[in-house]
Design a protein around this ligand. Structure first.
Ligand code: FES
Length: 137
């Protein structure tokens, strides 16, 4: 298997196994997770709404490394892919970009207690003080 967009990749030497919510794929080492996923789903990731520089949050994932008992949270454009990495939950944008991969039947175990959806993180809502509105000092 050869990555489709080899010009975009950092120098790499071998493929690493990565489980995408139970679907095993192979991605080149020494690259970010998002770039590795782009080699698996070039159209989906390339056309997705990703800033590629840690600003938009659309690449958020929950993941586990071998030996982990709990999920870690990260951003695919910042994480360097590791062998036997397991993605347990994907952002809505990543789910859409990887829809062809996710159509496949799962062939790897998914942790029993999946992480919350990355998009469901509480976003701080600004509060406005209204009790003195309309009263001039
Ligand atoms: S692609 Fe925008 S934060 Fe990662």
């Amino acid at each position: 298997m050869k990555p489709v967009n080899a010009d975009l990749l950092r120098p790499w030497t071998r493929f690493l196994k990565l489980a995408v919510v139970g679907r095993t794929v192979e991605v080149p080492d020494n690259n970010t997770l998002l770039r590795g996923l782009q080699s698996v789903a070039p159209d989906g990731i390339s056309r997705g709404r990703f800033c590629w520089n840690n600003e938009c949050g659309n690449c958020r994932v929950y993941y586990r490394l071998p030996g982990d008992t709990a999920d870690r949270k990260g951003r695919g454009c910042c994480l360097v892919v590791k062998d036997e990495m397991t993605l347990t939950s994907l952002s809505t944008e990543l789910k859409f970009a990887l829809r062809e991969v996710l159509k496949r039947e799962p062939d790897a175990p998914v942790p029993e207690a999946p992480a919350p959806e990355p998009d469901e993180d509480p976003i701080p809502v600004p509060t406005f003080r209204t009790e003195n509105r309309g009263q001039l000092p």
